[in-house]
Structures are given as structure tokens and as C-alpha cells.
Design a protein around this ligand. Structure first.
Ligand SMILES: NCc1[nH]cc(CCC(=O)O)c1CC(=O)O
Length: 311
């Protein structure tokens, strides 16, 4: 049996897709896989500056190829996959997740704690921008565009002294670059960070069961809790949010941090529950955030995003 696999044109997407194919070949030795790279607007345009709620615009283009049967399945970074897929599609498989943490990459090897005063730090993630400025209010956080390799090249000390990226992307690309890991406490990751989602057609049960062979049960439960939480707060999610679920025996703990866009206010919630009910865990954490007034964090978000884009 031969499968055609959809991927974006970016190097990360190709690297992730190759990794998925090598895992699939171990358990489906008789199957063949061919990558069909789908050039999306995200691979041709420059990425946006700081934004909120732009999630998944490029992944949707690849998913359309799955829905239209141009490819059999697609491989994505889960954190970029919107919570609502087309009704003909399903996240068929979640393989074992990579590191969830962010990392700090600087031109002179210094860490976020000891980098020189007034350093210029690049990121286009509002979550990371806020997290950086809370630890080092003296640095300047500036939006940086381009894919991972381009961003790393920009850390020359000329335009950027440092950047923040996901460790998972660097590991998957096998980039040879020095970095310091950032703690999950200070840099609560984006929901789903480090995980890969394989999207297939909901009625294609043969492909789904072939893909399920590389599913990792704990990774699936963890990302379900993180996504249930972000779904719960999504309607008014005009604030930077980090969420991280970790299973431990039969339990799972979901820790969530939410910030106002200017970084001045924050809320943290940590909930433990049965790992087999990730949806309730995510919803419970969301309810507690709402009781604590999370919606107030979103006040004036538009003006605050514009402020970030002026730096
Ligand atoms: N939004 C871009 C993106 N999508 C997935 C990854 C890396 C892999 C992952 O986080 O799972 C990255 C780069 C980054 O955040 O540094």
C-alpha cells in the first residue's frame, strides 16, 4: 500500500514528516510513503508581526488537500492546528511528544538572566514576549520573522542579541546551535507544543488504523487536556496563554498561565485529576481561570498588541 503525505514546504514540516514516515515504516514495513509538499501562503509570505488568533491559517491549506483526497494524511505541529477541523477530518494519531519547553539562543552564549542590559530579543509570539519582559523588564522584545533557520541566522548581535524558540523544533531540524533551556514555570508553553498531529479523513478507517499504530497514549491524553482548556477559554482568548499537562501514573496535572497582553497581570491555575478524563481536567482549569477573572486580562488587548508592534 502506498500513501501520499501532505506537508508544508517549510524545513520543519519536511523534517517532522520524514520523522513520522520513519516511525510508520517501523510498524508498517510493507507500506510506502511519498511526501507531497503543499506550498502555503506561510511559506511564501513573511510571517506576521505580533498577532492574536492567527492560528492554523497555513495548516488549513494542507488540510484541504486531505479533505479533497489529494493526499491521504497530513503531518502538522499540533500547536498550530486549530481546535476545530473540517468535519470530514480527524486528528488520527498523536505520536510521542518531543520536549515541550522553550529555549533561549543568544549571540554570545548568555542566558536570559545574565544577558546585557537593554539587549534586543526576537520573538513573534506574544506569550513569549510577555514572559521575557516579566523576567527582564529592561530588554527590548522585537518581532522577528522567518522560519526557524532564518531566525537563528538573525541572532548575530547586530539586529538581535537573542531569540526564543521551541526546543522541539530545533531537535527535529537537528540544528547545531547552543541554547539554554527556559523553565516551564517561567515559560509555560503553548498548548500542544512539542507534539505532532497526523490528520486524516474521518471516514478513511484503514489509514486511521495504520496511523494509530504510532500513537502514544500519554501524549494524546496530555494534549487533549491542553486543548480542552484552550477551547474552553477560546471565545474570549485575547490574552497570551500557556498550558502544560503531564501525566503521572493514573493522574494528570494541568498547569495554566494567562497574562495580560502588556504582561503586567497574570493568573496561574494548576489542577490534578484522572488522566483518563482530560476534557474535564481542561474544562475545570478553564472554569477556575474564569472564576479568577481571566477575562479582565483581555481588556484593551488591541491597543496593547499595537504597542508591541511599534517596538
Ligand atoms: N509557530 C511556529 C512553530 N510551530 C511549531 C514549532 C516548533 C515545534 C513545536 O513547538 O511543536 C514552531 C517554532 C517555534 O515555536 O519555535
Amino acid at each position: 500500500m502506498k500513501y501520499v503525505v501532505g506537508a508544508r514546504g517549510s524545513q520543519l514540516s519536511i523534517a517532522q514528516t520524514n520523522w513520522v514516515i520513519s516511525e510508520l515504516k517501523k510498524v508498517n514495513p510493507d507500506c510506502e510513503y511519498e511526501i507531497k509538499s503543499i506550498t502555503t501562503k506561510g511559506d511564501t509570505d513573511s510571517r506576521p508581526l505580533f498577532t492574536i488568533n492567527q492560528k492554523g491559517i497555513f495548516e488549513k491549506e494542507v488540510d484541504r488537500a486531505v479533505a479533497q483526497k489529494e493526499v491521504d494524511f497530513a503531518v502538522h505541529s499540533l500547536k498550530d492546528v486549530p481546535s476545530k477541523l473540517d468535519e470530514s477530518l480527524i486528528i488520527a494519531s498523536i505520536p510521542k511528544r518531543e520536549s515541550v519547553n522553550d529555549v533561549f539562543i543568544s549571540s554570545d552564549g548568555s542566558s536570559l538572566e545574565n544577558i546585557k542590559q537593554g539587549a534586543v530579543i526576537g520573538t513573534s509570539s506574544l506569550r513569549r514576549a510577555v514572559q521575557v519582559s516579566r523576567i527582564r523588564p529592561d530588554v527590548t522584545v522585537k518581532p522577528i520573522r522567518g522560519n526557524i533557520e532564518t531566525r537563528i541566522r538573525k541572532v548575530s548581535g547586530e539586529n538581535f542579541d537573542a531569540i526564543v524558540l521551541a526546543q522541539a523544533g530545533i531537535s527535529r531540524l537537528e540544528v547545531d546551535v547552543k541554547f539554554t533551556p527556559l523553565s516551564i514555570d517561567n515559560f509555560s508553553p503553548s498548548p500542544g507544543q512539542g507534539a505532532i498531529a497526523i490528520v486524516a479523513r474521518v471516514d478513511d478507517s484503514n489509514t486511521i488504523s495504520m496511523l494509530k499504530k504510532i500513537e502514544d497514549a500519554d501524549s494524546r491524553l496530555e494534549i487533549e487536556a491542553e486543548r480542552a482548556l484552550s477551547d474552553y477559554v477560546d471565545s474570549g482568548c485575547r490574552f497570551p496563554l500557556g498550558a502544560y499537562a503531564k501525566s503521572n501514573g493514573s493522574e494528570m496535572t494541568l498547569t495554566v498561565s494567562a497574562f495580560s497582553v502588556d504582561g503586567k497581570q497574570s493568573l496561574q491555575v494548576s489542577k490534578t485529576g484522572s488522566k483518563n478524563d482530560p476534557t474535564s481536567l481542561g474544562k475545570n482549569a478553564g472554569e477556575e481561570l474564569q472564576e479568577k477573572g481571566v477575562n479582565d486580562l483581555a481588556l484593551n488587548w488591541r491597543e496593547k498588541v499595537e504597542e508591541w508592534n511599534k517596538t
